[in-house]
Design a protein around this ligand. Structure first.
Ligand code: C5J
Length: 228
């Protein structure tokens, strides 16, 4: 077992049964002209997540951990988009409307895909999800089970929405989740703080929280002697 210093206490995991989960690092959330911006958000708030997440991704690949990416989005005919999700609020563009990066939050569009900096490699599953959680309406649970995964290292955006929903779903299903505090991001600093605090509160009610350097400190030694 490998142990990371975390909040509320040490997080022990076996890299062979742990998946790095990268949630919704899509142009639609992280770049101008996408879904996040149509909701009135400053997408620059999420950019700080990219460099530490690139390092974690490179290290996870080097040690041979399972890596799973997710993307939030909908079928072009919107058949999997609840009308309540499309119609609520007063965004500048709604889901399915044409935008500068293609139709907003629609599978197959440029804006729906993962940013170049964190592009999946062949063999890394990409789970398309219609909702905020990674389990709802997807094969995420089957992908984890097929690989014998029991622990998740969770990263991506946004902290209080898709990251939180996924961690809650995973926790209820018995997975042990470590959330990397600098590899998850929110458009709202107060939600970032509260979202992370809520995970580790009450003895780790949903899981554990640690900065990426704490994980890298235990994974980097595992790389010694690994052929590059
Ligand atoms: C949102 C997400 N924020 N990926 N989606 O609507 O967190």
């Amino acid at each position: 077992m490998t142990t990371v210093e975390a909040d509320p206490g040490p997080f022990s995991f076996d890299p062979a049964t742990t998946a790095l989960v990268i949630i919704d690092m899509q142009r639609d959330f992280c770049e101008p002209g996408g879904f996040g911006e149509t909701l009135g958000n400053d997408v620059a708030q999420l950019r700080g997540v990219i460099p530490p997440l690139q390092e974690v991704l490179a290290t996870a690949r080097a040690v041979g951990m399972t890596i799973i990416h997710t993307r939030e989005g909908h079928e072009p005919d919107l058949s999997d988009c609840p009308p309540a999700k499309r119609n609520r609020g007063a965004p500048s563009l709604r889901i399915g409307d044409p935008g500068p990066k293609g139709r907003i939050l629609i599978r197959g569009e440029y804006g729906h895909d993962i940013i170049d900096e964190l592009a999946p490699r062949p063999g890394e599953p990409v789970v398309d999800k219609p909702g905020k959680g990674s389990f709802h309406g997807t094969r995420f649970g089957e992908e984890l089970a097929a690989r014998g995964i029991t622990s998740l290292i969770v990263t991506g955006v946004t902290t209080e929405v898709c990251v939180h929903t996924t961690v809650r779903e995973a926790n209820d299903r018995g997975y042990e989740c470590l959330v990397l505090s600098d590899c998850v991001g929110s458009y709202f600093p107060e939600f970032q703080r509260a979202g992370l605090a809520m995970i580790a509160a009450q003895g780790g009610i949903f899981g554990w929280v640690a900065p990426s350097r704490a994980l890298l400190a235990v994974l980097h030694p595992a790389l010694e002697g690994t052929p590059s």
